[in-house]
Structure formats: structure tokens, C-alpha cells
Design a binder for this molecule. Structure first.
Ligand code: GDP
Length: 480
């Protein structure tokens, strides 16, 4: 039985908890990037490294011995899907290991971090806690920002102008054919709306395929619909501008109405409820994919980065400025999958990303947050080696290509390890922006690492490249 003194002690402790509980700071970290940039892998590795105290020499709170530990906690908003950390980790560390399913919609996860502060007098107050809320969302959704300032007629004009460019001819043709056969003045009907929206969506998707890697075409939900697949707000397409007012019962009026609904019911709520509440952001960029597809894709990536930066721009010129309640003070741009290159090229990859970012920042008249570029691999799937070829020593990467891929006539079975000379990134970053041939890279997807090392508690240790620096930049200063 407890004594009155115990009771008093417990009550006081609860009171103190409740009092300090309200003061537990929360850092809301957004993780974004275009489809397959590496969001799922980044978050899975981030959570795993924090939960198990991974090998992170560049993460100061850990090396200074002040990071005590982390645990998963219930997310305060029960209506948002939870990031499926356990399933993703199980895939990554399974036998055989496999890459987990990629991000399709928004999801969140809360970690509670415990640490010893190194501030003055903090030794007297004991360990401190920080809630780290991780918000995973498709970068495609950010590309919708410009729509907020465009009417249906303006957006249609832009979208159709782009679809009619010679460079888009093959992808856009089926859509333009259907469009040519439809009279916008006819009575509104769902069949025409669906046919147009279907063909338009197909055009946007094929613009994203590997050979092209064009990455900048809104509406973002057409590429990644989340839970809205097939709903009327996503069933519209651009129509040629009309010189006279359309009857309210026309197909044109119907699609214009849906476009406005898309802005009001989909785009604005996303920015208001999720984006506007972030404190920090990491933008993952698959720069290697663009480099591999050639200068047009690199230019396109720069345009995508410009649109992304426009979302983070502070001040009245941003159509969501009024919605923003918190200020993002740091944005990390990370070129992912650096393990596809030998380490001699990692700095070059960072330089290229930096150049892209500087151009994008200039174009977006970006002002506000501090930014940084890093080349990382959140999960490293390759080792390094060398081969001798015609008296020359070439730096290679060693890994197991994912089953079914083909390179130079060899089809891989998903079990055989190979040494690959991926090619070097050019010394002079300018050269990747010049029109001409794509760089001759050999890129293969590798299976996730196998036979992982275990730490003292028996947890697998995920190998990485410069991931510790990314984590330190994103959360290190909050753990001071
Ligand atoms: P998301 O669409 O942004 O969630 O992309 P994912 O995180 O699912 O990554 C897409 C694919 O990129 C994965 O299936 C992997 O093949 C590859 N990938 C992502 N991160 C890494 C990494 O750190 N190293 C390697 N080698 N591949 C990666």
C-alpha cells in the first residue's frame, strides 16, 4: 500500500510530467521527392538507425554520447495512414532481402527521441525528449502549387502548348487524337470526361518513363492519386480555350468545374493541413536517373526543382503564404542511390546537384530557408572493388543486380554478384548541362545488401553512404 507521502510524490511526478509533456517540442520533418526517388528507403533507414543507434559517426548527438535512444509512439492524428515501417524493414532485411513498396500517398510516423542536452545547466534537469514526426508525401503533389494561381483556361493553354511540342509528340498523340474528336460545347457527359482524363493521365505517365524521365507535369494526383483514384475531382483534362462563354451544361463547363474542385478540395487542403505545418524538409532527388537519360532530362529536373523551391519560398508571392503557420528553416536536397557510383564520384554528384539547385533557386527567386546538397545512399547495396582492363585499373562497384535486368546482352538472375564499372561523373559539372549525348553510365538496380552485420543487441546494421551527415543536418541541432 502506498503511503500518503508516496501518493503525494506520484501526484507531483504526474503533475510535472503533464506540465513538461505540454512542453515536449515536436519537430515535423517532411520527406519528399518524385516517385522512386527513395523516400520509403530513406524513412525506413532513418527510423531503424535511430531506434537501434546505428553506425552514424557524423551524427553529433550520438558520437558525443548524448543520444540516449528512440522509441516509436502513437501518432497524434489518427486519421492519417501510418508509415508502414515494420513491413518495409522486414522486406529490406528479409531472406532474401527485397526493396519494399514505394510511397503512393501521404503517411506519417512519430518517434520520441531521448537525449542529454549539452546546454548550460541541462545536467540538472536530466534527459530531454523530442517528438520527431516524419511526414512522407509524394513530390508530385508539390508540383500542383502553380495550379492555385491558374484558371482552367490558363492551365489548359499551358498544358496543351506543352503537349503539342515536337518533343512530346509520341506520348501526347493518343490524347491529342481523342481531344480532336470531341466538341467542348457538347453536353456534359461522363464518358467523354473519362476518355479525355484517361488519355491525358496516360500521357503524363509516359512522360515519366525511363528513357525520357520528364518530371514536371501537373496535376500531381494524376500521377499519384493516393486515395482519390477514379473520383470525379481527378476526371478532367485540358480543353482548348473558348472565345465565347460556354453553356453551364457543356462538357467544357463540367471539366472547368472539376478543375476548380481539384484545386479547392485536393490541392489547397494538402498544403494547408500537411505541408504548411512542417519545420524541416528533405527533398530526395534521383539525379542519376536524369543524368542517365541525358541533358533534356537534366534540364527537366532543374525545372522540377524550381517548382519545388517555389513552394518553400517565403513571402506574399507564394500563393500558399497565408496558409503557412510554421517556417521551414532548413531544406536538405539529397541525391540518392550514391552507391551506384564509386566514391570518387560522390563529390561530383554533390557538385552537380548543387549547380542544379543554384539555377533552380535563381529561377524561383528563392528566399527563406537555408539549403544544403548531399549525395547519399540511405541503404548501401554495393561494395567497392577494382578490375584490371587492358593494363588500366578501373574502380568498380560490386553488387547483385535485381532479377530480370539486362546489360550488354546478359540477363541477371537476382542471385549472382557482379563487379561493374559504372562510369565516372565528369570532373566539370557544366558538361552535364550541355546539349549532346547522355553520359555513358551503366546503371543497374542492385538488390538490398545481404548478410547484414548485427550490433551488440542483435539488430541488423544497415550500411549507408553519408546518411549520418543527412541526419545530423536535419535533426542534430534540435538535440543540443
Ligand atoms: P519512393 O517512391 O520515393 O518511396 O522510392 P523508394 O524509397 O521505394 O525507392 C525506389 C527504388 O530506388 C527502390 O526500390 C530501390 O531500388 C532504389 N533505392 C532507393 N534508395 C536506395 C538506396 O539508398 N540505395 C540503392 N542502391 N537503391 C535505392
Amino acid at each position: 500500500p502506498t503511503t500518503i507521502v508516496d501518493e503525494l510524490g506520484i501526484a507531483l511526478a504526474n503533475f510535472a510530467d503533464a506540465a513538461t509533456g505540454t512542453f515536449t517540442p515536436t519537430l515535423r520533418l517532411g520527406v519528399t521527392g518524385l516517385s522512386r526517388a527513395g523516400k520509403t528507403i530513406f524513412i525506413t533507414a532513418l527510423v531503424h538507425n535511430l531506434l537501434t543507434g546505428g553506425r552514424l559517426p557524423g551524427f553529433a548527438p550520438l558520437t558525443e554520447g548524448r543520444f540516449i535512444g528512440a522509441r516509436l509512439a502513437e501518432y497524434p492524428d489518427a486519421t492519417i495512414p501510418r508509415f508502414a515501417y515494420e513491413q518495409h524493414l522486414a522486406a529490406l532485411t528479409g531472406k532474401p532481402s527485397a526493396w519494399p513498396e514505394s510511397t503512393r500517398r501521404i503517411s506519417q510516423l512519430r518517434l520520441v527521441l531521448k537525449y542529454q542536452s549539452n546546454r548550460w545547466l541541462s545536467g540538472m534537469t536530466g534527459p530531454a525528449t523530442l517528438n520527431l514526426d516524419i511526414v512522407d508525401y509524394p513530390g508530385e503533389w508539390l508540383l500542383d502549387l502553380p495550379l492555385l494561381s491558374l484558371s482552367y483556361a490558363e492551365w489548359s493553354r499551358e498544358a496543351l502548348e506543352r503537349a503539342s511540342r515536337p518533343a512530346s509528340a509520341s506520348e501526347a498523340k493518343p490524347f491529342l487524337d481523342i481531344l480532336g474528336g470531341v466538341d467542348p460545347a457538347k453536353d456534359a457527359n461522363d464518358l467523354d470526361a473519362e476518355a479525355l482524363a484517361g488519355a491525358f493521365t496516360q500521357y503524363l505517365r509516359s512522360s515519366r518513363e525511363d528513357g525520357r524521365a520528364l518530371s514536371t507535369l501537373p496535376p500531381g494526383r494524376f500521377l499519384l492519386p493516393g486515395d482519390l483514384e477514379g473520383s470525379p475531382v481527378l476526371t478532367f483534362a485540358p480543353l482548348p480555350p473558348q472565345d465565347h462563354t460556354m453553356r453551364s451544361s457543356s462538357l467544357h463547363a463540367m471539366l472547368a468545374h472539376r478543375y476548380e474542385a481539384y484545386k479547392d478540395k485536393v490541392v489547397r487542403p494538402f498544403f494547408r493541413d500537411h505541408f504548411a505545418r512542417l519545420d524541416r524538409q528533405v527533398v530526395l532527388v534521383d539525379a542519376l536517373r536524369a543524368l542517365n537519360a541525358g541533358p533534356a532530362a537534366v534540364a527537366d529536373l532543374e525545372t522540377a526543382l524550381t517548382s519545388v523551391l517555389a513552394c518553400f519560398r517565403q513571402g506574399e508571392s507564394n500563393p500558399i503564404a497565408k496558409l503557412i503557420s510554421r517556417r521551414i528553416d532548413r531544406i536538405l536536397f539529397a541525391a540518392t542511390k550514391a552507391d551506384h557510383l564509386h566514391h570518387t564520384s560522390h563529390d561530383r554528384l554533390e557538385t552537380i546537384l548543387n549547380r542544379l539547385l543554384a539555377n533552380a533557386a535563381r529561377r524561383a527567386k528563392f528566399a527563406g530557408a537555408e539549403t544544403k546538397s548531399l549525395a547519399i545512399a540511405a541503404v548501401r547495396a554495393t561494395r567497392e572493388g577494382t578490375i584490371e582492363e587492358r593494363g588500366e585499373t578501373l574502380s568498380t562497384i560490386v553488387g547483385t543486380p535485381v532479377e530480370g535486368q539486362e546489360l550488354d546482352g546478359t540477363v541477371y538472375d537476382g542471385r549472382t554478384e557482379i563487379a561493374l564499372f559504372p562510369g565516372d561523373l565528369p570532373d566539370d559539372p557544366e558538361s552535364v548541362f550541355e546539349a549532346g549525348k547522355p553520359l555513358a553510365f551503366s546503371f543497374l538496380r542492385f538488390t538490398p545488401p545481404r548478410d547484414l552485420e548485427r550490433n551488440a543487441s542483435g539488430d541488423p546494421v544497415l550500411p549507408h553512404i553519408r546518411f549520418d551527415r543527412a541526419i545530423d543536418y536535419l535533426i542534430g541541432d534540435w538535440l543540443k
